[in-house]
Design a protein around this ligand. Structure first.
Ligand code: IVH
Length: 680
């Protein structure tokens, strides 16, 4: 249907505003509300309209600029620096036919064969590293393409990025992607869920959110990784892109192994088809394939548009999604009282599993999706633990489908729900009387990373309903007789539970602290507080100033801790748990460094030694050092034993890293050396 100029102008305006908002949600807030595919569709629609009505073209249009990740908050968290070369985006398509158009455009210039390099499109956040005289001097985000945020100290926490690549004849910039492997993403989100915080929607958001954390020591624990794929500089000595990448590999820079040179579109399509299935087995997220002209002189001739290079393009994979129907909504109350809406779905197959439920995070998300009972919705996995609902298929909506009615009282105990002004979630304030919250606390307390007690949801509910457990210490008062009186319990099951309760007496203090379920105290924070204060009594007596003097502790955590210890019932609970034999302090020598002779040293171990690797790792940390797996510019020593990896040795030599043997190591930490030991 033809569209008038007036309609065109109005739709262009609408799309520009909408896309600018989606850019902000994606690049700045790391919380997109639409999928990449939907975003690309909107962008395509805008590009088509701008082609139809060139009179409305504008250098300000989202089709002409890269989305900006620069924070729009008035307080600039990072210093910003200009990019020497603009940092552009890539044109993309979901359609193999359009790839042939890309190929034809290039062949029109070359008049013949073209060599392409096909690469995986890593789904993370772009970064630009500048090396001068072989040393890393700065890492910038893409920013708005002309200037980026300086994230050098955060990037330096990524073990595979070398601080130095040895002597080089030229300075260069190397660009790539910081990404989060699935296992690190699952771990991070599990931690967030345990804390009842909103998890990241996907590994990409988690990666860019982590790269913009203000404290590098927190970034270190996020498990970020990096792959580099584009080198720039003046008069670089390379004729082909693949030569430049091989040079980078030889100089210890992390580059991808999964690339292929192709000479025709058939070969490119074969690569795409192969990786569309193989990528499901990769441990990190990819969202497509990048096709690059390999000849650098030709790249130069082809040049750039305002936003993208003409010598490269991306073929994007469609995310796997399924369409299914919403049966009903449940509102679940977690152990901290937060209420999470859950959609019950007609079971549907998605990426190898059957999906029956999807979380919706909070009421606001339900409102922004405008989701209703009986609606057909798209569910997507994309690496997330719990599938998410991405959108509603409005064309299938029943005209009478009712809007959801949000509960105003706790679905479990009936207390009126509350909502803090700065939090997106509603919560039940009845901490001590709400059965769901209480049972949730038992489950958290017993979980594997906490006290590791063999008790599940059904047992907790059974013991709670029978009035046998109400507060955490009640678990330790359970007797064999109590348990045998319950339906379904036998000698064996009672014994198993009692044994695991007894064994929990030796769980170390950091895990006990985590098990208490104090808000904002996850596993890592518990370990940090335990090592800093060493006992629950010291933590209880800590002043606000003492708490705030710890780098990782901010106002919210400090206030939460102070508030928790101000409740008499919490003190009573700790004292009963102490009586039950739980460990509320670190032992004298537990976790205490023996010396700081290795302080600030990062040590890689390779080869066989007279003691086990675990033993060596313990020694490194007991003397204040850090152990990492791979040699990079941040490595201080390579501790090499018999049959040490030749790759590691070569790399350490190239980077000028000291290689030490077991004797030297023993000497450094003030132990008699292994050689001396054997003399006596
Ligand atoms: S080359 C001039 N190669 O995808 C542009 N980019 O959606 C050079 N990306 O901005 C980029 N994997 O952040 C290139 N193998 C790869 C890539 C890749 C992921 C990212 C990059 C780019 C974005 C475009």
């Amino acid at each position: 249907m033809a569209i008038t100029k007036k309609q065109g102008a109005s739709r262009i305006r609408e799309l520009r505003t909408e896309l600018a908002e989606h850019n902000r949600r994606y690049y700045v807030l790391n919380a997109p509300t639409i999928t990449d595919f939907e975003y690309d569709l909107l962008m395509q629609e805008l590009a088509t309209l701008e082609k139809m009505f060139p009179e409305f073209a504008s250098a300000d249009s989202p089709t002409q600029k890269v989305g900006s990740d620069l924070s729009d908050s008035p307080r600039k968290e990072f210093s910003q620096y200009p990019h020497r070369f603009p940092m552009l985006s890539l044109g993309n398509t979901y359609n193999p036919g359009e790839l042939s158009e890309f190929d034809t455009r290039i062949r029109n210039v070359t008049g013949g064969d073209t060599e392409y390099n096909c690469e995986l499109k890593f789904d993370g956040t772009a970064v630009c590293l500048t090396y001068e005289k072989g040393r890393l001097v700065r890492a910038l985000t893409r920013g708005d393409g002309t200037r980026g945020d300086d994230v050098t100290s955060n990037v330096l926490t990524i073990g595979t990025i070398p601080l130095s690549v040895g002597e080089t004849d030229f300075d260069f910039e190397i660009r790539g992607e910081i990404y989060m492997p699935y296992d690190a993403f699952d771990r991070l989100n599990a931690e967030k869920e345990a804390q009842e915080e909103t998890p990241f929607a996907n590994p990409r958001n988690a990666a860019s959110g982590s790269l913009k954390l203000l404290d590098p020591s927190l970034v270190r624990n996020r498990g970020l990784e990096c792959v580099l794929y584009h080198i720039l500089g003046d008069n670089l000595p390379f004729a082909r892109h693949t030569e430049a990448i091989s040079w980078a590999r030889e100089h210890g820079l992390p580059v991808s192994e999964h690339t292929r040179i192709c000479h025709s579109m058939e070969e490119v399509l074969e690569y795409i088809e192969e990786w569309d299935s193989r990528r499901k087995f990769l441990p990190f997220p990819t969202d497509g394939i990048v096709i690059k002209v390999n000849d650098l002189a030709l790249q130069k001739r082809l040049g750039f548009t305002a936003k993208t290079p003409r010598w490269a393009t991306a073929f994007k994979f469609k995310p796997e999604e399924a369409l299914t129907r919403v049966f009903s909504f449940d509102y679940q109350v977690g152990r901290t009282g937060a209420v999470t809406p859950v959609a019950n779905l007609e079971p549907v197959q998605l990426s190898g599993t059957v999906v029956k439920r999807a979380t919706l995070h909070n009421f606001e998300q339900m409102i922004s999706l405008d989701i209703r009972i009986d609606d057909y919705v798209y569910v997507e996995k994309g690496g997330e633990i719990i599938p998410k609902i991405t959108r509603v298929e409005l064309s299938k909506r029943h005209p009478d489908s009712p809007k959801p009615v949000f509960p105003t009282v706790c679905p479990d105990c009936g207390s009126p729900l509350k909502k803090d002004a700065d939090e997106a979630r509603h919560y039940c304030p009845n901490q001590d009387g709400c059965p769901q919250q209480i049972q949730g606390r038992f489950l958290h307390f017993a979980s594997r990373k906490a006290m590791d007690i063999l008790i599940g949801e059904a047992t907790v509910a059974q013991l709670y309903d029978k009035g046998l457990i109400k507060e955490l210490p009640d678990l330790y008062a359970l007797t064999r007789e109590d348990l045998l009186k319950l339906e379904g319990w036998k000698e064996r099951s009672a014994q198993r539970l009692l044994e695991s309760l007894a064994a929990s007496g030796s769980v170390p203090f950091p895990r006990v602290l985590f098990a208490l379920g104090i808000r904002h105290i996850g596993e890592t924070t518990a370990a940090l507080l335990a090592s800093r204060f060493r006992s629950i009594d010291a933590l209880k007596n800590a002043t606000r100033e003492e708490l705030l003097s710890i780098d990782e502790v901010g106002d919210i955590l400090a206030d939460t801790i102070l508030d928790w210890f101000s409740h008499a019932e919490h003190l009573e609970m700790v004292s009963r748990l102490k009586e039950a034999g739980l460990r509320f302090e670190l032992d004298e020598d537990e976790d205490k460094p023996l010396s700081d002779s290795l302080k600030g040293c990062t040590i890689v171990i390779s080869g066989n030694f007279s003691v086990s690797r675990e033993e060596l790792k313990k020694k490194i940390s007991a003397h204040g050092g850090r152990n990492t797996g791979s040699v990079s510019g941040t490595t201080t020593y390579l501790l090499a034993g018999e049959k040490a990896g030749p790759e590691k040795l070569r790399k350490a030599e190239k980077l000028g890293i000291s290689i030490i043997d077991e004797n030297k190591f023993a000497e450094m930490i003030g132990e008699a050396s292994a050689a001396e030991d054997t003399l006596f």
